[in-house]
Design a protein around this ligand. Structure first.
Ligand SMILES: Nc1ncnc2c1ncn2[C@@H]1O[C@H](COP(=O)(O)OP(=O)(O)O)[C@@H](O)[C@H]1O
Ligand SMILES: [Mg+2]
Length: 357
């Protein structure tokens, strides 16, 4: 491959503090980067995608800066947001424009033959929970007994087949269609294009809250029929000594213990506290994974074609490691703050080096 000077292209959304910490490091190392927030499509960022006569490439134009995709050495896709487009009347029209924008963006992705964190196709597939469970099982990790269903009768049968407690949680747990970002920049662009007053600003601190895992206690059994209206994951409850959050960047593994059993409110789901400002309430510390588990996790990442991922595991009182999930765009700042492990720097270096060494 011809040697290129590093250029990091980041595609994300306005509110994404993890990106701010990486770009600060890129600046320190004097590596050029460009951040595309999807809310600027289509009104602010111009995309030109050239196909047909020569090899596909794209040019992004934003506030006077032009980026040619042929010069990008690494692409970091990090929590892509909404598109902000004209205030059309019907949901059908909104859906049409949203898909047109997404398809144009995907076209631009196809022109980027650089190093990806993570590739959009791999990322899509890796987020399919039953697929992760299956790959994890295949590489030899222990996965809890699980059923994903919209059939209340199947849940009843599952509960009867499990000797212990059952837990339930969302299949994917995302919501879409939250309020778009009407930052000043977007309001101005909107006004320039459409000559109408800008929409009132909306402060877009994420209003999407994690739906926590819950025990399927006896009082919830009467509500099981509601599963017919929305599927969920039902899983055998794994007893915990500690939880382990493992951030994997290339071949680097940063495992952190989360002592969720120390508090009553974090026993079932540690996020009842851990992601809040008060995350220091739970004891965290670096954890030495057995080589066997580290190796399996690296194989899992390779099988899923991921170079970045945050794996959630449980260490049982008997000393067994149980796989729960891999998040392809998981948070790490709180782990870095509480354990001092150099996660941001490792990711920054991976983006600069443009591949796993
Ligand atoms: N089968 C399970 N047994 C015990 N605890 C679980 C189980 N599944 C999830 N949890 C707990 O719920 C929380 C979130 O779990 P996770 O599987 O990572 O779900 P999510 O996809 O919602 O992040 C963690 O605290 C985890 O320990
Ligand atoms: Mg999780």
């Amino acid at each position: 491959m011809k040697h290129q000077k590093p250029f990091v292209f980041i595609i994300t959304q306005y509110f994404e503090p993890n990106v701010d910490s990486v770009t600060a490091q890129l600046d320190k190392k004097e590596i050029p980067w460009f951040r595309l927030n999807t809310e600027t499509i289509p009104l602010i960022t111009n995309v030109r995608l050239f196909a047909g006569n020569e090899e596909l490439y794209a040019v992004f134009k934003f506030n006077g800066t032009e980026i040619d995709t042929r010069n990008i050495t690494a692409l970091w896709r990090r929590r892509i947001g909404e598109f902000v487009f004209p205030n059309v009347k019907t949901e059908q029209e909104r859906g049409f424009i949203r898909h047109e924008c997404a398809s144009m963006l995907h076209g631009a992705f196809e022109s980027m033959h650089c190093f990806w964190v993570n590739h959009f196709i791999s990322d899509y597939r890796a987020n399919v929970k039953p697929y992760q469970f299956e790959v994890a099982r295949r590489v030899g990790l222990k996965v809890p007994k699980t059923i994903i269903t919209n059939d209340p009768a199947a849940v009843n049968e599952f509960v009867e087949s499990i000797s212990g407690t059952v837990l339930f949680k969302p299949v994917i747990g995302l919501t879409t269609g939250g309020p778009p970002d009407f930052s000043l920049e977007i309001q101005t662009a909107y006004k320039n294009h459409f000559n109408i007053p800008p929409a009132p600003p909306i402060n877009r601190e994420p209003e999407v809250k994690a739906l926590l895992s819950q025990l399927l206690t006896i009082d919830k059994i009467p509500y099981l029929k509601l599963v017919a209206g929305c599927p969920a994951i039902f899983q055998e409850y794994i007893n915990k000594r500690i939880e382990i959050r493992i951030t994997i960047i290339g071949n680097n593994i940063f495992a952190a213990e989360i002592h969720s059993q120390e508090r009553e409110d974090t026993k079932v789901d540690f996020r009842a506290q851990a992601l809040a400002e008060s995350s220091g309430l739970l004891h965290h510390e670096p954890h030495n994974l057995p080589d066997e588990i580290s190796n399996k996790l690296l194989i899992l990442m390779r099988e899923l074609n991921l170079v970045f991922g945050c794996v959630d595991m449980i260490l049982t009182p008997e000393g067994e490691y149980v796989f729960l999930e891999v998040n392809t765009a998981g948070q790490w700042q709180w782990i870095e703050n509480l354990t001092g492990m150099p996660i941001t720097n490792t990711l920054t270096n991976l983006l600069i080096s443009g591949g796993i060494q």
